[in-house]
Design a binder for this molecule. Sequence first.
Ligand code: 5GP
Ligand code: ZN
Length: 114
Amino acid sequence: MTDCLFCKVRDGEIPTDIVFENEDVLAFNDINPQAPVHILIIPRLHISTVNDVAENNELIMGKLFSAAKTIARQKSVSEDGYRLVVNCNAGAGQTVFHLHMHLLAGRALTWPPG
Ligand code: 5GP
Ligand code: ZN
């Protein structure tokens, strides 16, 4: 996808603070952090929203969770706790249409979210 912000991040066209990567997944600090730790975890493959996840993407979706677990440990937030959020479509607050998981930690996180 040529006009996708996170595809540009993946391709190195936008300078980004990468915190984790492997062959399927990339993770970087959110530009507008909502918590002391706020990391975005994306599949390298362009998938616009959760609605677009296909059966052959299931392995990659699992890898987002594995990356989250690894990053949480690296950031020393595994035990205190962290929140994983995936917004799907505008009504849920999705603004970048390349599927991404938010990893939020480092402060008390209330429930329900806004
Ligand atoms: P959404 O609202 O789609 O769930 O999350 C998009 C996230 O991307 C937001 O938290 C926003 O701050 C972040 N973001 C938007 N543009 C950039 C950017 O250019 N670089 C980084 N690192 N994060 C971005
Ligand atoms: Zn994309």
